[in-house]
Write a protein that binds this ligand. Structure first.
Ligand SMILES: [Ca+2]
Length: 347
């Protein structure tokens, strides 16, 4: 019973991060007319240092976009399976393109990797997973996306904060209003940063005063690397590895399953085992995919958690701290494994 339940939960729980929160259907309309709402917002942000010129330029001809609300409410009836996700997102084409991008941008990537201390292949893998190496960044006007979602009553506080940060980004002159585009949900540029993340983690690598994650690749690479670095990345380590588990995977899971509530990124980390040392994993009969002893068994400070995204009959992965840094970028095991497996192909 327990094992079946575990399997079922795993199979149906590998949702993809961006579609997660559209579960409330009956959202009331905002009683305030949009034009009035915009005037209130203008007053608020001008008190916080956004100029009238910036605000008026940003909000010129902005109306809520019903298509964004439709996308926001969309909840797929069946979530995509891990295997479908990996097959589509870590395709042969994407792997080959990634190898080309690594070569084409070798100098910029090396400069960023040396300075920020994150391996090139992980920067390229995130770039590839987020926007197909900058070729699909979403064509939505960021102010319109965020104004639509902030005016809407589902998550007004969160999106209002993001909208105010977006106006600050314009005020600081990082990007021209015409280039200020991204996803319908407000993720911006080639690394798909939300405005609040942009202000903290985006990185002006070429020193021209602009954190340009839309059109300047070295700023894109540095911003992705800086995000990982600030979330605990260790460049002398990888993300983790696929492993062989003992024949009785259920018995193993019984011994290693988590018994405490997970606080951060729980929608992904609740499917991970406890974090154990490599010696503990070794003693439980876990081996490399080639059947050899696990690495790092002598380091008692080095811990890994196991995740089996397809249940006990599918692949098992031991994931290290760097995997958690990838999860901080997008809290989805499928996403983080996609980045990880793509990065392995780019070695
Ligand atoms: Ca720059």
């Amino acid at each position: 019973m327990i094992k079946n339940l575990f399997l079922v939960i795993l199979l149906y729980s590998q949702f993809i991060g961006h579609y997660l929160y559209a579960d409330e259907k009956n959202i009331p309309d905002n009683p305030q007319p949009f034009s009035e709402w915009v005037m209130d917002l203008k007053k608020e942000v001008m008190e916080q240092g956004v100029s009238e010129a910036t605000f008026d330029m940003a909000f010129k001809a902005i109306e809520p976009n019903p298509k964004i609300i439709e996308l926001d409410r969309y909840q797929p009836e069946f979530t995509q399976s891990y295997l479908d996700y990996i097959t589509k997102r870590v395709s042969e084409i994407r792997i080959n393109q990634g190898k080309i991008k690594l070569m084409e941008n070798a100098d910029s990537l090396k400069a960023v990797a040396d300075k920020i201390d994150v391996q090139e292949r992980f920067i390229v893998a995130i770039w590839g997973m987020e926007t197909n190496y900058g070729s699909y960044t979403g064509g939505y006007n960021i102010i319109q996306s965020l104004a639509t979602l902030a005016y809407d009553m589902r998550r007004p506080t969160y999106f209002r904060t993001q909208l105010i940060e977006a106006l600050n980004i314009l005020e600081q002159g990082h990007v021209q209003p015409a280039d200020f585009t991204g996803s319908w949900a407000g993720a911006m540029g080639q690394g798909q940063f939300m405005p609040s993340s942009f202000l903290v983690y985006a990185y002006d690598f070429d020193g021209d005063g602009k954190k340009d994650i839309w059109n300047n690749k070295i700023d894109v690479f540095a911003s992705i690397a800086n995000y990982l670095k600030q979330h605990g990345w260790k460049s002398d380590r990888t993300w983790g590895r696929q492993v062989k588990v003992p024949d009785d995977a259920d018995a193993l899971w019984e011994k290693v399953k988590q018994t405490e509530d997970v606080k951060n990124c729980s929608r992904a980390l609740k499917y991970h085992s406890k974090q154990l040392t490599m010696q503990e994993w070794q003693d439980l009969g876990v081996r490399t995919i080639y059947g050899r002893d696990l690495p790092l068994v002598t380091d008692q400070n080095f811990k890994a958690s196991m995740v089996m995204p397809m249940g006990k009959d599918g692949p098992a992965y031991l994931t290290y701290d760097n995997f958690r840094a990838i999860l901080s970028y997008n809290c989805s095991n499928s996403y983080a494994l996609g980045v990880s497996l793509l990065s392995d192909e780019l070695k």
